[in-house]
Design a protein around this ligand. Structure first.
Ligand SMILES: *[C@@H]1O[C@H](CO)[C@@H](O)[C@H](O)[C@H]1NC(C)=O
Length: 201
């Protein structure tokens, strides 16, 4: 299949680079915030405004990543197999629709600060969210995003897009290895503090 991937196109590598950059960036930024309050300080001591600013930044680099991905795909050859198969387009539509449902519904239940790493700013959710879409997967945002990448690759019949989607999935898996234990510890810490608080009163 990868005979249809043109590795000589700089746009392919630019897209791959941005795919790796984004989660790396927000993990580093969020940890700098958690340990040194870097973003809060930058915004005059308001963690909420800092979190919104990080949200706007993450959203914007996400758009840049999507544009670079589309541009990379445009310069890549199409696979005749993908283009001629009758199930590829319906599959792409299904993936795109369900991927977007996962992403948008998790933004809806988490809110802005929950979506954009508020935990690291000390803005914690009251409870761990277990309702839809978190009853489907622990990382609906990441899986939904990955599904949209795959949908686009299939829709345009581009094996290069499938390869780039593989990178998206891999990078998110690595990001989860860093994020899950870290946020887990942030909430465990609050739980310990709550218990300690109860004993005092
Ligand atoms: C998740 O929750 C939704 C809405 O509450 C429900 O319709 C769906 O069946 C649940 N899915 C799973 C896998 O439990």
């Amino acid at each position: 299949m990868f005979e249809y991937v043109d590795f000589t196109k700089p746009s392919f590598w630019l897209s791959a680079g941005m795919i790796v950059f984004n989660p790396t960036f927000w993990n580093i930024a969020a940890r700098q915030e958690y340990h040194n309050k870097v973003i809060t300080k930058l915004f005059g001591g308001s963690s909420r405004i800092g979190c919104y600013a990080l949200g706007v930044t993450i959203f914007s680099i996400g758009i840049i990543r999507d544009l670079l991905y589309e541009r990379a795909l445009r310069e890549q050859p199409s696979s005749p197999t993908l283009a001629s198969s009758p199930i590829v387009n319906p599959l792409a539509v299904m993936l795109f629709a369900s991927g977007n449902v996962l992403v948008l519904s998790s933004m809806w239940v988490l809110g802005v600060t929950g979506t954009y790493l508020g935990d690291y700013f000390g803005i914690l959710m009251d409870e761990k969210v277990t309702s839809f879409p978190f009853n489907v997967t622990d990382a609906p945002m990441y899986w939904g995003s990955t599904m949209s990448f795959l949908a686009t690759a299939l829709w345009f019949g581009k094996p290069a897009g499938i390869l780039l989607t593989g990178i998206v999935a891999a990078v998110y898996q690595v990001a989860l290895q860093f994020e899950d234990p870290f946020t887990g510890e942030i909430y465990a810490k609050r739980e310990r503090e709550r218990k300690a608080g109860k004993k005092q009163t």
